[in-house]
Design a protein around this ligand. Structure first.
Ligand code: 4AD
Ligand code: MG
Length: 477
């Protein structure tokens, strides 16, 4: 007898065959109908039990959450709601789930409640749908790069450099924190640490990816990154996954073209391949929105929103133009957005970004040429001496989804910047070597994977699109 997945059986091609299937019970009603799910698809398969043929003690164990194996004939269903069902001949309980203590009962649970049950929430429709979309997006990302001449590179997790220069790093140390060795000046002596120097978890694989781009041409990373920033928002995690392509001989325009094409291609992949999950998530979102005031509703249904991104050009706007738009926009206390920004040079807050994307342009926006002062040291200085070839991609409902730039390839300019920012040049000797030997124009960007999954699934909180979220004060699982 073949072992099938529910996804395979529901295609109906195995009609009238003897099949065997294992899964977790969603519901068992009227002592006759088991709705079984195995995670392969959002749909359950109905298993019809003739209770007179089975021991009562066995049937008692068929409760929500129990893992069971059924075998029987796949037949056309007489009932509503499904095309096929299994007429159960044999039934085995792999493991029961006590209804008194199993937390995922067949009723609506809040997302907050489920976060506390992160080890079991994958058995709910919402999380299984989100995680299948997440998996499909991962595949689409690799496929896009592999088909477009990029090589996949694994950059280190433990590193001695602060790629973003923002000082938001988790230190990696083997020193005894209660009694660390001290230098003459009374500072912790990291030269006695495991690696003989201070090390931390990576905030970005970019600098190392640059070394590979300057030999392999086009590369990408897809790995975990860590930020010790104390941001308790629905868009920030302490541990998140980032995709970082890096391309030799690409300038900022080519970088923007690639980023836009890449995002459209992976969204279009999930539209093609995750229809069932997306339509479940779309319905879920519509339900959730009904309870919100009109002004807070996202407007377009999920799949329409995804199609809109695929079918329309992203709007490209310089930082300076954006500031003008923000200055000209009249603040209105009744509106959700408070977006006055007075000064050229100020960093945009998320409400500014959301105003530009959601109210002004009403489409994804690529902002470029930011003031040098608010961006990282490695970005290429423009001829005006005060802006850098940076770009951020802003998405409706999300804000910044991508951050990237053309890199400073001129040794002296880079040196000056490093000096001005008080970064120890010795730490970056290998990075500077790239500018000494065969330097060239190059560019890249970082896409926050969870922010992409948020957008693609219409979920509202980043904690609900990663299996085990790491946020300040939360690393239970
Ligand atoms: O803008 P960021 O900090 O850029 C970099 O790290 C560059 N080194 C990328 C590059 O050019 N190779 O981060 C890139 C993206 C952001 O746009 C955002 O989507 C995501 O990473 N991100 C976060 N996602 C979740 N939680 C956080 N705390 C995040 N910080 C950044
Ligand atoms: Mg950024």
């Amino acid at each position: 007898m073949n072992i099938f997945s529910i996804k395979q059986l529901l295609t109906g091609t195995h009609l009238l065959q003897e099949v065997v299937i294992s899964g977790w019970v969603k519901t068992y009603r009227s002592n006759r109908f088991i709705a079984l799910n195995d995670g392969s698809t959002i749909d359950n398969i109905q298993c019809v039990v003739d209770f007179e043929k089975f021991d009562e003690s066995l049937l008692k164990q068929i409760t929500t959450g129990a893992a069971i194996k059924v075998s029987g004939t796949l037949v056309e269903s007489q009932g509503k709601g499904q095309n096929v069902e299994i007429q159960v001949a044999n039934l085995v309980v792999h493991g029961g789930a006590d209804p008194e203590t199993y937390p995922i009962q067949p009723k609506k649970h809040s997302l907050e409640f489920l976060r506390e049950k992160a080890h079991l929430r994958i058995r709910t429709n919402t999380f299984s749908a989100v995680m299948r979309v997440r998996s499909a997006l991962s595949f689409a990302i690799h496929q896009y790069f592999q088909q477009n001449g990029f090589y996949y590179v694994n950059t280190p997790i433990i590193t001695g450099s602060d790629a973003e220069g923002a000082g938001e790093m988790f230190r990696v140390t083997t020193l005894d924190d209660k009694n660390p060795p001290l230098t003459k000046d009374g500072e912790v002596d990291y030269s006695k640490d495991f690696f003989g120097k201070e090390t931390n978890l990576t905030v970005s694989g970019q600098l190392e990816a640059e070394t590979f781009a300057m030999g392999l041409g086009k590369v990408y990373t897809f790995g975990p990154t860590f930020r010790a920033e104390n941001s308790n928002t629905s868009r920030h995690l302490s541990e998140f996954w980032m995709i970082e392509p890096e391309m030799a001989f690409y300038d900022l325009d080519a970088n923007m073209d690639l980023a836009e094409d890449f995002i459209k291609s992976i969204i279009s992949y999930v539209l093609k391949n995750c229809g069932k999950d997306l339509s479940f998530l779309e319905k879920r979102l519509l339900e959730e929105e009904k309870s919100k005031p009109q002004a807070e509703r996202s407007g377009m249904p999920l799949m329409e929103k995804l199609r809109f991104v695929v079918d329309n050009n992203f709007k490209r706007v310089s930082y300076t133009e954006a500031i003008e738009i923000l200055r000209d926009s009249k603040p209105n206390k009744k509106k959700k957005f408070q977006y006055t920004i007075e000064e050229w040079g100020a960093d945009l807050q998320s409400e500014h970004e959301r105003f530009l994307v959601e109210k002004h342009f009403k489409c994804p926006v690529i902002l470029f040429d930011y003031p040098a002062k608010i961006k990282a040291f490695y970005m290429r200085l423009n001829e005006d001496g005060k802006t850098v070839r940076a770009m951020d991609i802003l998405f409706p409902g999300i804000g910044e989804i991508v951050g990237g730039s053309q890199r400073e390839e001129r040794l002296e300019v880079l040196r000056d910047k490093i000096k001005a920012l008080d970064i120890d040049e010795k730490e970056l000797w290998w990075y500077l070597d790239l500018r000494k030997f065969g330097t060239a124009v190059h560019s890249g960007f970082g896409l926050g994977f969870e922010r992409l999954v948020l957008f693609a699934t219409g979920m509202g909180n980043i904690r609900d699109v990663i299996p085990f979220p790491r946020t300040p004060q939360n690393a239970e699982f």
